[in-house]
Design a protein around this ligand. Structure first.
Ligand code: SF4
Ligand code: SF4
Length: 469
């Protein structure tokens, strides 16, 4: 309950206006692409404000939308709901939420809704409500195997050995690559593409065979003890690297945003997503991409992973507001920083000459989630994959042949929905596309510090310790 109590003043800001149900809640006149009928016949009008909370869309009842959850949080704080006796009912409505943050980005009262939902989940767990089946399974797998998939510990770096990257395991380099559980045990294609690309671009990276889960599934589902256990282990394992690189949106968010929040001090290392380095190389015209016949004429679109997109956008906003002495002026700064941030992946896509880039209607801070996060894919697979299917409908609406993203977890859910609902699309990450089609025409290496200088996460990390030289 402690974290929920800390958020009490935020929770009481909720006026139940329900703007948080929608994307573009403040833009009723926004032009879009009109009506689209999805592959299962459902119609969405991609114009103006669009209902976009996946949990509310799936379940329909008030408690599943964010405004309902804010009311539940208030009722718990006021003792109207007793988690010891009514915790199960509360759990039933607060766990089918992807923690996508769409609600947070729409709230004019700046309520950190995802933090409230996570704190509510932690309070439910603390009250002794039995863990949901799959969350209990994930926790047990993490305790015994250090990953939520239950993959054998000694096979965490098997992908690297199989791909001929045995030389990067447990080495001392400036850059440590935190692979994450999904790319280590499931979407090894993404880990391989990342290392391949870094090798081609001349950046030496190392991986650690004792790497453990970043804790994201556990921070998101209220299992704070397990989350912080993994966090402490990773902070110890990676402490001698100057920079930690990521290819997973969730791990990147967890290391950069959650770790300093829970340790109450900045990390000892800097963090960067691999796409940021590639984007900066392109911005400086040091990396030029070429065409490929298999991509010629293809239409691509880009799905912003919530964890590298909106969650960072919200975090920048919080930090700028916290430091602001003139909120009116600084809110413009928020928009500028968010715009620059969302341009990072888009710059790479626009530099690929073969493809046409068509944006979906709901993008950036108003993006629609892929359905995978917040413990939902594990516990509520039908809801999860239906949400990914709705996202693919939106990609169909802009005639996309290829759905790009930059996260192995989004990749998995989108690809599964693509197969199940027969969208006939290709799903891949941007870096995978560069690697797979060998799109590098020419490049010149830059110090990675130059990419970090442009990195907003780094710019907004106060009190940087940066002890290593
Ligand atoms: S969370 Fe914000 S947007 Fe949602 S109902 Fe409450 S005040 Fe309105
Ligand atoms: S985090 Fe996403 S799924 Fe959860 S209530 Fe908010 S908009 Fe809905």
């Amino acid at each position: 309950m402690e974290r929920l109590r800390e958020l009490e003043s935020e929770i009481y800001k909720c006026i139940h206006c329900k703007a948080c149900r929608f994307a573009y809640s403040g833009e009723p006149d926004k032009e879009g692409i009109g009506l689209h009928v999805g592959t299962l016949g459902n119609e969405v009008l991609y114009e103006g404000i669009v209902q976009s909370c996946p949990a509310g869309i799936e379940y329909g009842w008030e408690a599943y939308w964010n405004a309902g959850k804010m009311w539940i949080a208030r009722a718990v704080l006021e003792g109207e709901l007793d988690l010891k006796t009514q915790g199960q009912e509360v759990a039933d409505v607060i766990f089918p939420c992807i923690t996508c943050g769409l609600c947070s980005s729409q709230c004019e009262n700046q309520i950190p809704t995802v933090e409230v939902i996570e704190a509510l989940r932690a309070a439910v767990v603390e009250a002794g409500v039995p863990l949901l089946d799959k969350h209990a399974w994930m926790k047990n797998a993490s305790v015994t195997k250090n990953n939520p998939y239950g993959g054998p510990k000694d096979q965490r770096t098997k992908w690297a050995k199989d791909a001929g990257f045995g030389d990067i395991i447990n080495k001392k380099t400036k850059i440590g690559y935190y692979v994450g559980c999904t790319a280590s045990y499931r979407q090894m294609n993404i880990a391989i593409a990342t290392v391949n690309l870094m090798k081609k671009l001349g950046y030496a990276v190392s991986i650690i065979d004792e790497e453990v889960c970043c804790g994201s599934p556990f921070f998101r589902t209220g299992l704070i003890d397990e989350a912080t256990r993994g966090m402490k282990r990773n902070l110890e394992l990676f402490k001698d690297y100057e920079i930690i690189m990521f290819s997973c949106a969730g791990c990147y968010r967890t290391f950069t945003i959650d770790y300093p929040k829970w340790t109450k001090k900045p990390n000892d290392f800097k963090t960067i997503h691999a796409m940021e380095l590639v984007s900066e190389l392109i911005r400086q015209e040091k990396l030029v991409l070429k065409s490929h016949t298999e991509l010629d004429g293809k239409i691509v679109t880009y799905h912003d992973p919530c964890h590298t997109g909106r969650h960072y956008g919200e975090w920048f906003k919080e930090r700028i507001i916290a430091e602001s002495t003139n909120l009116m002026l600084d809110m413009r700064k928020v928009s500028k920083v968010q715009d620059e941030w969302f341009e990072v992946p888009r710059r790479i896509i626009k530099a690929a000459p073969s493809v046409t880039f068509n944006e979906m209607y709901r993008i950036k801070m108003d993006s629609f989630c892929c359905g995978a996060g917040g413990g939902v894919r594990a516990q509520y697979p039908d809801f999860s994959i239906r949400t990914a299917h709705l996202r693919l409908d939106e990609a169909d609406a802009v005639h996309a042949d290829i759905m790009l993203t930059e996260c192995p977890f989004c990749w998995r859910n989108l690809d599964d929905a693509n197969t199940k609902y027969e969208h006939g699309m290709q799903v891949m990450t941007i870096l995978e596309m560069i690697n797979k089609y060998d799109l590098i025409e020419k490049f010149e290496k830059i110090p990675i510090e130059e990419a970090l200088r442009e990195n907003h996460a780094e710019l907004h990390m106060k009190d940087k310790p940066r002890k290593k030289k």
